[in-house]
Ligand binder design. Structure first.
Ligand SMILES: [Zn+2]
Length: 469
C-alpha cells in the first residue's frame, strides 16, 4: 500500500497534470525545469460543525505518533490512518526572486516567486475567500463565530493542511552530505552540462562521497556572524545559517525557503493580516518528492534551529510538522532534469499559480518577474497586471473582509473600526502576532529587514477592482 506521503504527493501531482491537460500552454517547456509546491487539505470521516482545529487532529497520525511529534522525536513513517478525503487547495511553481533594487513600494509585485512561498500566498488568498464564504454559511473549511463584538473564524475540526514540494527547500535544509546515488547523478550530469557547471574545487578534491555536500544557491545573510568558507568538499557551506535567495546575479532581501518555513513553524502560515480573523495555522506535514534528501538535516533546519527559543504568545508555539519523503518524482522538476542525462535543462522563468475556489471553480495565473505574464510598458503599473497574491491584492481582501464584518456588528469593536491605514500599520495591529513576531526577531537578529518604505502603501492609492465574493 502506498504511504500517506505518496498519496498526498500523488494527488498534488495529478492536480498539476490535470491543469496541464486543461491548459496545455501552461506546461513547462521540455528544456526547462521548475520547483513545485502544493497545499493539500485532509478531512476526517466526518466534520462536525462548531468544532475547532486541535493539535491531535491530524487525521493521518495515530495518537502514539502524535506523542512522538510533541516530544520532538524523529518521525518519518507517521501516516497510518488514511483520511476519508484529500483535496488540493492550491499549487504553484517557481524558482525566481527579485533583487533588492527591483522591489516595489506599491505592494504590486510578488518579490519572492519560489514555489513554496507562492503556494503559501495562494493559501492566504484561499483563506480570505473561505472567511467570506463562512459568513454566508457556505464554507467547507471554516466555522464562523463571534463574541464580545469580535468575529473570528476557526478551521473545522479534523481538517489538516499539508505542504507537498518537489524538492528540498532552498537554503539550510538543502545542505547535507552527498550520498552514493547522488554522486552517480552528479557524475552523469557532468558529461551533459560540462565541467563549468561544477565547482573546480569540488571536482578536484571531492574524491570521496563523504567529503562532499549538497549545495544551495542561497547566501549567508550580509550581517551573519559566520559565513560560508567556500572551501572544497564538505566544508563549502556552514550549517544552520540564515540565508537569502539569489537573484539574477544581484543580492535579494528574501530569506531562503528553509528560513521562511522555520518561521511558518512558529508564526503559522496565515501571516499578520489574517491573524486578525484566524488563529495560527500550522502545517500537519511536509511531503517532499523524490530528490536528494536527508531527514535529520531537514528537520534540524526547519524545526531544530528554533528549539532553544520559547514562543508561546496568544496561541502561537513552535510546531513540528511530520516530515516525509515520497518515491514519486515531479516530472518537470530539478531531480527529473538531473536524472535525464541526455539533455541540458535551464530553470523556468515563469510561475504558475492555481487556487481552488469555494464554488469548485479555480483561479489560474502565470507570473513573470513578480507580475502577471504579458504586463509590459505602461500596463506594468495597471492594477490588472497585479498578481492575485501580491501584497496589495491580499490587503484589499483583508479590508473587504474587515468591512464585511464591521457591517455585521451592532456594537462596533474598536479593533474592527476600519480606517484606511497603511499595510505596515495593519500588519502591526494584531497584538498576539506582533508579540510572537518580535520574539522570533529577537531569536534570529540576523534576519534581513526590508526598508519600511516597501510597506507604507495603502489601498487608497490604488484602483480597487478586486476581488472575490
Ligand atoms: Zn526556495
Amino acid at each position: 500500500m502506498a504511504s500517506s506521503s505518496d498519496r498526498l504527493v500523488k494527488l498534488a501531482f495529478s492536480s498539476f497534470s490535470n491543469l496541464m491537460v486543461r491548459q496545455p500552454t501552461l506546461t513547462p517547456a521540455a528544456h526547462e525545469w521548475t520547483n513545485f509546491a502544493a497545499i493539500v487539505a485532509t478531512f476526517p470521516a466526518s466534520v462536525s460543525p462548531n468544532q475547532t482545529q486541535g493539535k491531535s487532529d491530524n487525521p493521518l497520525l495515530t495518537s502514539s505518533e502524535s506523542v512522538a511529534l510533541d516530544d520532538g522525536s524523529v518521525v518519518q513513517e507517521g501516516f497510518s490512518t488514511p483520511p476519508q478525503k484529500m483535496e488540493t487547495i492550491c499549487m504553484a511553481t517557481g524558482t525566481k526572486c527579485l533583487s533588492a533594487s527591483a522591489m516595489s513600494e506599491r505592494g504590486d509585485l510578488v518579490h519572492d516567486s519560489h514555489a513554496e512561498v507562492l503556494a503559501r500566498r495562494c493559501l492566504m488568498r484561499f483563506f480570505y475567500q473561505e472567511c467570506l464564504n463562512s459568513i454566508r454559511g457556505s464554507s467547507d473549511f471554516l466555522d464562523f463565530g463571534g463574541s464580545h463584538g469580535i468575529h473570528r473564524f476557526t478551521v473545522k475540526r479534523g481538517i489538516g493542511f499539508h505542504l507537498v514540494v518537489s524538492h528540498t527547500p532552498c537554503g539550510d535544509a538543502s545542505i547535507f552530505p552527498v550520498q552514493p546515488e547522488d554522486r552517480q547523478v552528479i557524475e552523469k550530469r557532468k558529461k551533459v552540462d560540462g565541467p563549468e557547471e561544477f565547482s573546480p574545487k569540488r571536482q578536484k578534491t571531492a574524491t570521496s562521497i563523504h567529503e562532499d555536500t549538497h549545495r544551495t544557491g542561497a547566501k549567508c545573510v550580509p550581517n551573519a556572524t559566520a559565513c560560508d568558507s567556500y572551501l572544497s568538499g564538505k566544508d563549502y557551506h556552514i550549517i544552520g545559517a540564515l540565508r537569502t535567495k539569489p537573484g539574477r546575479g544581484h543580492p535579494t532581501l528574501s530569506m531562503s525557503c528553509s528560513d521562511k518555513m522555520m518561521k511558518w513553524n512558529v508564526l503559522g502560515l496565515q501571516g499578520a493580516l489574517l491573524s486578525d480573523f484566524l488563529g495560527p495555522i500550522y502545517l500537519v506535514s511536509l511531503c517532499i518528492a523524490k530528490c536528494p534528501f536527508n531527514f535529520a538535516s531537514i528537520r534540524q533546519s526547519l524545526v531544530g534551529r528554533s528549539e532553544k527559543f520559547s514562543f508561546s504568545t496568544g496561541g502561537f508555539r513552535r510546531h513540528a510538522p511530520v516530515i516525509s519523503q515520497s518515491d514519486l518524482i515531479f516530472s518537470h522538476g530539478k531531480h527529473q532534469a538531473d536524472l535525464d542525462v541526455t539533455t541540458q535543462k535551464s530553470t523556468c522563468h515563469k510561475s504558475i499559480l492555481w487556487i481552488r475556489n469555494g464554488d469548485s471553480s479555480s483561479s489560474v495565473e502565470v507570473i513573470i518577474n513578480g507580475k502577471k505574464q504579458g504586463a509590459t510598458g505602461k500596463s506594468k503599473l495597471s492594477p490588472s497586471s497585479r498578481s492575485m497574491v501580491c501584497k496589495m491584492e491580499l490587503f484589499l481582501l483583508y479590508e473587504q473582509l474587515a468591512d464585511r464584518l464591521q457591517s455585521m456588528l451592532s456594537n462596533h469593536s474598536p479593533r474592527l473600526q476600519q480606517e484606511r491605514t497603511s499595510y505596515a500599520f495593519a500588519k502591526r495591529k494584531n497584538v498576539s502576532y506582533s508579540s510572537c513576531r518580535e520574539d522570533f526577531a529577537a531569536a534570529f537578529p540576523e534576519w534581513t529587514r526590508k526598508p519600511s518604505k516597501l510597506l507604507e502603501f495603502s489601498t487608497t492609492t490604488t484602483d480597487t477592482e478586486t476581488t472575490v465574493d
